[in-house]
Write a protein that binds this ligand. Structure first.
Ligand SMILES: [Zn+2]
Length: 201
């Protein structure tokens, strides 16, 4: 039996235009989250959130006047895992959707470390999970920032054609049931999901 627990690791204030082509520039809060999968073969962590340096220095990655990061002390990945009763040593596998600062910021957190190296690599993966009671779900990562991306089949991306194909693939994986899709940064969707300590089974 696999149990899926979704939990907050912070947020960013950002315009919808960063997610959806042609959308408004007005800024609003977008959640940043990670997920714990408890499986018979060990714990899997999907994305590691923001580096905790952002608690005291929200502009640590991109500098003053840029993207506004929102992060509380308890959003740090280690604190969140401990609150779920999981020590970091009890994570068997970390799956990163990709290596942007809000998805892989906790990969190398060490005590006393205060530097952040933004990563801008190629490539991305989403995670498909077959749950016994809920059925199939997809943890999108940034393949879909918002539900609107999936509904419109459009997304802001370096390669928009390939990104559109990914959106279509995600829709086909859940037979167009978008309630089975966990998009990366959508406040409205986030508010409807079960979140820690609740879980999907
Ligand atoms: Zn992201």
């Amino acid at each position: 039996m696999i149990e899926l627990v979704i939990f907050r690791t912070g947020g960013v204030e950002i315009g919808r235009s960063s997610f959806v082509p042609g959308a408004s520039d007005a800024k609003s809060f977008a959640p940043v989250w990670s997920a714990l999968l408890r499986t018979p073969e060990g714990n899997i962590l999907f994305d590691t959130g923001l580096h905790p340096v952002h608690v005291d220095r929200p502009d640590a990655t991109f500098g003053p006047g840029s993207l506004k990061v929102v992060m509380a002390k308890e959003d740090a990945i280690v604190a969140r895992l401990l609150s779920l009763g999981v020590h970091p040593d009890e994570i068997a596998v970390v799956v990163n959707s990709h290596l942007h600062f809000d998805h892989a910021g906790g990969n190398t957190v060490r005590e006393g470390e205060d530097r952040v190296r933004p990563a801008f690599p190629n490539g991305h993966q989403s995670l498909v999970v077959e749950l016994r009671e809920t059925g199939r779900v997809v943890l999108c990562g940034d393949a879909a920032f918002t539900r609107e991306n999936l509904e419109r089949g459009e997304i802001r991306a370096p390669d928009e054609q390939t990104a559109k194909e990914s959106l279509a693939l995600i829709r086909s994986l859940v037979k167009d049931d978008l309630e089975r899709v966990f998009v990366s940064h959508d406040a409205a969707s986030w508010s409807r999901w079960k979140r820690a300590p609740e879980s999907y089974r």
